[in-house]
Design a protein around this ligand. Structure first.
Ligand code: PXL
Length: 281
């Protein structure tokens, strides 16, 4: 029997509005991956489109959880970080990479913003510190907003030229030696996808799908969780990006148009297709 892969997923729990752990856990599980969770904070809803959400910072409890895991000798095939609620948590993920990272694929989704703007609650000091975390990652998955914020360059509206996309990835790779999967790549108004690069100086390849217009909450987490699922299923970086792009597009296409978009996309309905793409069924 093939050994089951294991992941440590480091994200918040947004109790309502599918994103972060409520997306990562079901997707990785459907991909046959044993997923342990390190919840960084507990929110009544995510912060994008709901007023008056609660926020419980769990930073103080994380060292105790991690010390227990270390004592038990627990190891992981991958460590996957997403939304982090404070700069202290960025430092904590760096220390998790140092203590649990040996032999593990370290993937950072530098969740911070979209459409050219930082999400609510993040200070301008956050992006440079997130860039520092990305320098330690084997795979980073920024969108254009996050990439430009980390580089301190102005955000540009799509569509983009390949030259612009590749210049941005080159600039990121000057800081980050890992593989880069840049999301939100629109080369023409009819297609949306990702650009991938295996490392500094590497060739840039593209994965895309016909665009479905509009902003859908949580799709970054859907994409990144499917990407990691495919990478751990030994798919190539480009194939993994295409599988993740297909899954994200299907999750949007299967969503109820009557349901408010802040509740997230209907990724549950697309899981059988993801499992097929990963040769699991
Ligand atoms: O999907 C990213 C995300 C994760 N977690 C929280 C968020 C967001 C985006 O707004 O608010 C709490």
């Amino acid at each position: 029997m093939k050994r089951q892969k294991t992941v440590m997923a480091i994200h918040d729990i947004s109790c309502v509005g599918k994103c972060s752990l409520t997306v990562a856990l079901p997707i990785l599980s459907a991909a046959g991956i044993e997923t342990s969770v390190l919840p960084t904070s507990l929110l009544s809803t995510h912060t994008g489109g709901f007023e008056g959400y609660t926020f419980l910072d769990l930073t103080g409890d994380l060292p105790r959880i991690l010390a227990h895991w270390a004592k038990l000798g627990i190891t992981f095939d991958a460590i996957y970080s997403g939304y982090l609620g404070s700069r202290a948590q960025i430092a904590m993920v760096e220390s998790i990479f140092a203590t649990f990272g040996q032999g593990a694929l370290k993937m950072v989704d530098p969740v911070m913003g979209d459409n050219g703007r930082l999400y609510g609650g993040f200070s301008p000091e956050f992006p440079p510190e997130m860039l520092h975390l990305c320098t330690k990652a084997d795979v980073l998955v920024p969108n254009f907003t996050e990439a430009t914020l980390m580089l301190g360059v102005p955000y540009q509206e799509p569509p983009y030229t390949k030259a612009y996309v590749e210049r941005l990835m080159d600039r990121l790779s000057e800081h980050c030696p890992g593989k880069i999967v840049l999301t939100g790549v629109m080369l023409d108004p009819d297609h949306l996808g990702a650009a991938v690069m295996e490392g500094p100086g590497g060739l840039v390849e593209y994965a895309s799908n016909p665009i479905i217009l509009g902003y859908y909450h949580g799709t970054g987490d859907v994409f990144a969780s499917a990407l990691l699922s495919a990478l751990l299923s030994d798919k190539s970086l480009r194939d993994s990006a295409q599988i993740a792009a297909d899954f994200t597009a299907r999750s949007i296409a299967l969503s109820d148009p009557q349901r408010e978009r802040r509740y997230g996309v209907r990724f549950e309905a697309a899981l059988p297709e993801l499992m097929k793409a990963l040769d699991l069924v």
